[in-house]
Design a protein around this ligand. Structure first.
Ligand code: SF4
Length: 576
């Protein structure tokens, strides 16, 4: 009981530091608890969390509150008796008739299951009848491959909240008053809802055509989060580049832009809360008006922040705006060191372009330069890893301040061109990261990497099947040893999930149709292994990968701005 009061106090302290929280009376409304299966600090850094919270609360007959995991990482120690309460009214999860998770990352599956257990809710759906809340999930990780969680959640939202949530509300009202079986049939009628118990796949992903109709911007301002000093504004969704490893790149196709006028109007409003604007999109510098966005925001005296910068082409006005905004770190993502490897992954950035970005980082005197690389991409050899070290040392010669690289283990993901490829064994990744440290540490380069062993677990979940639900539900704590025990108890092996798959093999994630056809992926992966680039999406007129429909593909593109470097006629593969 004492513990519960401590958590109530904690929630009240959080609320006292928030601006923009929605408080609604429960009377006559459908209570939904929106859960981010990680900490408040991380969850409130997610623009998706803000957007879904707003979308639910925009419905007059819904009251949406939030809850977070009490622990940050799947590896953190946890206390089984910690209560999980909503932030707004400090009620336990089981009081809500609807529990909605938004999950962006596979490793949060462990927290999600643990949160249910801590809330006293049976993790397996088969053990819950209509007396338990309906438990649904959305977000990029689960809608790319819901299979590992199919025995845990009742239903999955496949696609974008702006389209799914309004009709879903009516269905949830109705489903909540029906026996569970009937309720599931009601949910399955909503376009984009996948209900595993009914095996109603493949479900087509739904997506919002006009981003200007519902701009995504920070809803709740608080300093208790990583991006507390800024307003986050989505400037584009999706990416047409076609990097073959990138799940977000394919599952959010086609690329859609928020118009320059809307971005500036939203920014003007958000500057009342914060003087800094965080521009959010898969590739910020691909916005066709990016130079104008940067220049106009600076005229409003806004400071600007972005997550990372593409270098092909590089936007110097944006770099200048970042430097003037006091940005401490410029981040670029070559992903691979050798031209050969960048051809395989379809990231056509030349060494010259990358080093020019390094020169700009030096010229504008950024305190830190970060470079992202992946280790263990398909066909990668030791020579490719040596090329990473060579490139970083060349950057070191040009950039004297703090230089950091992230050498992240590559994890093959569902619904990408590399969905069939094997994941590199843990020991090989470890050896390659060790090599990079040996070569780069003497040059005062900081080398960071995630644990290859946990990356392998992520690899299992990313391309996993329905049998993993029982594994997750049976784990008493989140350790590698417990994971191995639970896999073994279900008669499963990690290697089987990480192996190469045949292109004609049934895939567990075929219950989702993201729009990009399997035929396109088989075509594109063959091109990869012939070292051939695939061009980015043109501004209009394409139905090649199938993600666009007629209406979108042949829309009027006169509103696009002058920065069309990545798209259509201006595409020049500059390397090779
Ligand atoms: S159909 Fe063409 S324009 Fe649309 S997402 Fe696919 S490749 Fe891009």
């Amino acid at each position: 009981m004492k513990l519960k009061y401590r958590y109530i106090d904690q929630a009240k302290r959080i609320l006292a530091r928030e601006e923009g929280t929605v408080h609604k009376d429960w009377g006559g409304r459908l209570p939904v608890v929106l859960i981010y299966a990680n900490t408040y600090q991380l969850g409130m850094s997610s623009l998706a969390m803000h957007t879904v919270y707003r979308l639910f609360n925009d419905q007059p007959d819904v009251v949406c509150e939030r809850a977070f995991s009490p622990v940050e990482s799947y590896r953190s120690a946890r206390h089984e008796d910690e209560p999980i309460l909503s932030i707004e009214s400090q009620r336990p999860l089981a009081d809500f008739p609807v529990i909605a998770f938004t999950i962006s990352y596979e490793m949060d599956y462990f927290n999600a299951v643990q949160m249910l257990r801590q809330a006293g809710i049976p993790p397996l759906a088969e053990n819950r009848d209509e007396t338990w809340p309906l438990i649904i999930a959305g977000g990029p990780a689960v809608y790319t491959n819901p299979a590992p969680l199919a025995d845990i959640f009742d239903a999955f939202a496949i696609g974008e909240g702006e389209i799914i949530i309004p009709p879903l509300i009516d269905a949830l009202w109705e489903a909540g008053q029906a026996p569970r079986d009937e309720g599931l049939h009601i949910l399955a009628q909503v376009p984009g809802m996948y209900v595993p118990a009914l095996e109603n796949g493949p479900v087509s992903r739904v997506w919002l055509r006009d981003l200007d109709a519902a701009p995504a911007v920070t809803q709740i301002y608080t300093y208790d989060t990583e991006f507390g000093d800024r307003a986050l504004i989505e400037i584009a969704r999706g990416c047409g580049r076609g990097c073959r490893f990138c799940m977000a790149g394919y599952t959010y196709r086609p690329m859609r832009e928020v118009s320059l006028d809307t971005i500036l109007a939203v920014a003007r409003h958000s500057l009342k809360h914060r003087d800094k604007v965080g521009l959010v999109s898969a590739a910020v510098s691909d916005h066709s008006w990016i130079d104008q966005i940067a220049t106009e925001l600076r005229k409003m005296e806004a400071r600007i922040a972005i997550a990372s910068m593409r270098v092909d082409p590089i936007s110097e006005p944006l770099i200048r705006a970042l430097a003037e905004s006091g940005t401490q770190t410029l981040t670029i993502a070559p992903e691979a060191g050798s031209v050969r490897m960048r051809k395989i992954i379809n990231k056509p950035q030349s060494d010259q372009q990358l080093l020019y970005a390094v020169d700009l980082a030096a010229r504008y005197n950024f305190p830190q330069l970060k470079m992202y690389f992946m280790i263990g991409q398909p066909t990668e050899t030791e020579a490719d890893v040596e090329a990473i070290a060579d490139m970083v040392l060349a950057a070191r010669d040009r950039f004297a301040r703090h230089l950091t690289i992230n050498a992240t283990p590559y994890v093959p993901k569902a619904h990408t061109a590399f969905q069939w490829t094997a994941m590199m064994p843990v020991e090989a990744i470890e050896a390659r990261v060790k090599y990079l440290k040996q070569r780069l540490s003497p040059a005062k380069v900081t080398v960071r990497s995630d644990s290859p062993s946990w990356a392998a677990v992520e690899g299992v979940l990313a391309r996993g099947d329905r049998r993993l639900g029982r594994v997750l539900a049976s784990m008493q704590k989140t350790t590698l040893r417990e994971w191995e025990r639970a896999l073994k108890a279900e008669g499963l092996s990690q290697e089987d999930y990480l192996r190469e798959r045949a292109t004609d093999e049934p895939l567990p994630w075929s219950v989702v149709d993201t729009g990009v056809s399997q035929a396109y992926f088989t075509w594109d992966v063959r091109r990869a292994f012939r070292d051939e680039f695939t061009e980015p999406c043109p501004p209009a007129g394409c139905l090649k990968c199938n993600a666009c429909d007629q209406e979108w593909a042949f829309r009027d593109v006169d509103d696009l701005g002058p920065n069309r470097g990545a798209y259509g006629d201006n595409f020049i593969p500059l390397i090779g």
